[in-house]
Design a protein around this ligand. Structure first.
Ligand SMILES: NC(=O)c1ccc[n+]([C@@H]2O[C@H](COP(=O)([O-])OP(=O)(O)OC[C@H]3O[C@@H](n4cnc5c(N)ncnc54)[C@H](O)[C@@H]3O)[C@@H](O)[C@H]2O)c1
Length: 269
């Protein structure tokens, strides 16, 4: 259902790989709500994923950019503002990758070069996208920037490995850059801490299906799906949330504040 919440707004959506991607669902909803946007992903994802299908459906152009490369980000912004006809009102950072998780390295045997890569791809890229954007003055006043996080930033999940530190860094960057961009441009910056969701990135975490079932049993409202996450992100891009900034917003069916549930008690008893 469209309420034209993003009518006239222009944006950039990163991280849509296939239908399971959270960013894919955000793109579908942004289109439905009247936005025009550019889709971006890492050059390698152009070959692996199905982003062309999404671009056709959304009547959106694709610009490849490695989110760790300042040059790529600059090119992404310059080409986006040309194609969209102006500055941008919203940006979705939906990017995460850990070589240690991918290669199943134990947390007690972490490869530190890979850990630096994890932090660069999954967290520093958020800073880079804001810093380059600020320098190019790409963000419209009252714009909105959202990154996607996970509760491993606050609690330990052994198999989430160095991604836990990456998410803590991502959330911290949202606060620090949120203050800066708020003062400079009235732009808000938030992270959405989403329930475990069956996506390509999610499936890469060992024991992910157990995470997912456990979270679902504990959450009073059950796990939030990627479609529901997209609905929430759309409200954050809309003018209905103009004074929400520098927050880590849990979108998790109540998981983050639940101690124990009857479903878990029944399972263990
Ligand atoms: N799936 C979950 O359970 C879950 C839960 C909470 C938060 N998140 C977060 O949501 C975000 C999106 O992940 P997803 O679950 O939709 O999985 P996904 O695998 O569909 O998306 C991750 C994206 O990151 C992109 N990417 C990786 N390296 C990149 C680089 N160098 N430059 C640009 N793009 C790059 C990938 O190509 C991919 O499109 C991530 O930040 C993830 O950590 C996921």
């Amino acid at each position: 259902m469209s309420n034209n919440l993003l009518d006239g707004k222009r944006g950039i959506i990163t991280g849509a790989l296939d239908e399971s991607s959270i960013a894919w669902q955000v793109a579908l909803k942004a289109k439905e709500q009247g936005a025009t946007f550019i889709l971006s992903n890492a050059p390698i994802a152009m070959r692996m994923g199905k982003i062309n299908e999404l671009a056709d459906h959304c009547n959106a152009e694709i610009i490849a950019a490695d989110a760790t490369s300042l040059e790529d980000i600059q090119k992404l912004y310059e080409e986006s503002s040309d194609k969209l006809g102006g500055k941008i009102d919203f940006l979705l950072h939906s990017i995460g990758m850990s070589p240690n998780v991918r290669k199943k390295k134990d947390y007690g045997d972490l490869n530190y070069d890979w850990a630096l890569k994890t932090y660069d791809v999954s967290a520093l890229s958020f800073h880079k996208m804001m810093q380059v954007g600020e320098k190019l003055d790409i963000f419209n006043e009252w714009g909105s920037i959202v990154g996607l996080s996970y509760i491993a930033a606050q609690r330990s999940y052994p198999d989430y490995s160095d991604m836990a530190q990456a998410k803590a860094l991502l959330e911290s960057i949202a606060r620090s850059y949120g203050q800066r961009l708020g003062e400079l441009k009235k732009v808000r910056v938030n992270t959405v801490s989403q329930s475990p969701t069956m996506t390509t990135a999610g499936k890469g975490v060992p024991g992910f299906d157990v995470f997912l079932d456990y979270a679902n049993m504990l959450s009073p409202l059950g796990n939030a799906t990627s479609e529901e996450c997209a609905d929430y992100v759309i409200t954050l891009f809309s003018d209905l949330t103009r004074k929400v900034t520098m927050q880590n917003l849990f979108h998790d069916g109540g998981f983050s504040t639940t101690g124990i549930s009857q479903a878990i008690i029944d399972k263990i008893s």
